[in-house]
Design a binder for this molecule. Structure first.
Ligand SMILES: [Zn+2]
Length: 118
């Protein structure tokens, strides 16, 4: 993956993150600033009670999504964004276009989901 593609994915991820936070801010109906690194420290590690309160209003799916987006952004900076975290193979471009925060390739994702449902 070249730099241009990485930048495109990064922009996409940041936009998605903004969208989620924006949507949640609206539902939370508060004007206070929500810390931008919100997903890095999830509830138990949250420093301010405000952040904690905010995170508790997120559904599990939203929290998980924010977490995955942050993880993907870290991987972009590290340079292993398109590498499957399980089998170390490349995740297909097509998959990353649809799910830019994907941690696993399609095969490992299926495996992970199977294990989760056990
Ligand atoms: Zn894999």
């Amino acid at each position: 993956m070249n730099k241009k593609e990485r930048d495109q994915h990064k922009t996409k991820l940041l936009k998605k993150k903004e969208e989620i936070i924006h949507k949640l801010r609206e539902t939370f109906n508060e004007s206070k600033e929500v810390e931008s690194g919100i997903a890095q420290d999830l509830v138990d590690k949250a420093e301010s009670s405000y952040t904690k309160e905010f995170l508790l209003t997120l559904s599990n799916a939203e929290r998980e999504r924010l977490f995955l987006i942050d993880e993907a952004l870290k991987r972009i900076d590290k340079g292993d964004f398109s590498i499957c975290q399980m089998c170390q193979k490349n995740i297909s471009k097509k998959r990353l276009d649809v799910v830019p925060w994907a941690r696993y390739c399609i095969n490992c994702q299926a495996k992970a989901e199977e294990e989760e449902s056990l």
